[in-house]
Design a protein around this ligand. Sequence first.
Ligand code: GDP
Ligand code: IMO
Ligand code: MG
Length: 449
Amino acid sequence: MADPGILAVIGAQWGDEGKGKIVDLLAARVDGVARFSGGHNAGHTVRIGELKYALHLIPSGIIHPGARCFLGPGLVIDPGALLREMEGLQEQGIEFGSRMVISSRAALILPTHQGLDHAREAARGKSKIGTTGRGIGPAYEDVASRRGLRAWMLTRPESLQEEAEKLMRAHNEELARLYGADPFVIDEAVGRLLRAAEKLGPFVHEVGSEIRGLLNSGGKLLLEGAQGVLLDPIWGTYPFVTSSSCLPAAGAATLGIPGHRIGPVLGVMKAYTTRVGAGPFPTEDFGPEGEELAKRGAEFGTTTGRPRRCGWFDAVAARHAVEVAGIDAIALTKIDVLDSFDEIRIAVDYEDERGRRIGSLPADTAMLEHLKPCYETMPGWKNPTESLRDPADLDPAARAYISRLEELLGVPVALLSTGPRRAETMVLGQSAVAARLRELLDQGPDQVY
Ligand code: GDP
Ligand code: IMO
Ligand code: MG
């Protein structure tokens, strides 16, 4: 049985769908929020009034004083980056106490992982992935090749020093031999690591048993996905993907929760599409409409500041995400960005050079590069959706757009986001997920949040 205490919130496009906003919104009445994949390649933004919090490793529940925040075993953690993030949040008045828990099984990112990430990207030349350069891929490689460092070492300086020196020497050799790159000064890097370990050590614990205990005693847990299904290494646009699973099942697998207990899955999608980094993007719009989406949506990466590529909603890719990730309902974000358009397009299929309809997202990424989207056009709405909180205020054309997406995706839109702040949100419809969301928001069926 799915656990009534769990709700998984995952990205269902190419990342940056607004997961941070949605997780923060839903975290007021939960006992814990767990990040289960990725590292500081993620950038999750929470806006509260004029304040802006950029979360990279720390779950977006941290703003709520009651939520315990778990950095799960599936994460790759750069200790320096985590410390900087903690210090930044503390400067913004966030109290951690002992609310943050780093899994003793999480993997550590070393500076040489970042060096390898950069060197590999440079060596790929034109076929660059456009990674965030945070060392994510090389760190996961070391997990798979069973030579990586784990967070428990932050509590044991001798092991940390010995293992870090050994691994960095191996990385330095690889950097020099394969890429002709300068070696890292190991003593300095290890010195920094040991100083970071002193501060982070007290936060390191076994996460799995605590999470199971929390659930067994009736607690509520949010799973916070990073990246998005189209960046998943198996189901995304490989090789232009990240290196850890973006699917909710990875939450169960890594957090030590039985797979069958994973609760409803809320897939976060923008009302249009964006992507950072390289790789196929069938609906990418290089013309004025793409520019308008970028401008109105302020589409610059939270982590790297790179401009995001923009285009219309791709219902083929989104439907693929719904199916492979088992998404039960959608949180549709940034609908307000579409307020200015007279007409709005949705890609409902792809076709190849010979005009043949494809119907799904192919495994062959090179083929995807050559497919053209088939668009359906819908009228825009003249009554803005920006900041709306009551479904009754939605223009019929905006409702029709949402209904069409629901039809194409086969699941309901249960949450609609009309701006970056908490209150700029409404729960839609009477689906089971909508009921769960109302419960988390402490809201009656007809009440407006
Ligand atoms: P994440 O990585 O999925 O958490 O998304 P990011 O935080 O990287 O990017 C989403 C951006 O959109 C952030 O700047 C949010 O503040 C902003 N945002 C979220 N929801 C909305 C919305 O409904 N409307 C608008 N205009 N902005 C939003
Ligand atoms: P959030 O959680 C958008 C992209 C990178 C690159 C590819 C591989 O904020 O949605 P990596 O550094 O992971 O090896 O880069 O994945 N990417 C993201 N794009 N949002 C993210 O996270 C991303 N994390 C990685 O741009 O294309
Ligand atoms: Mg982001």
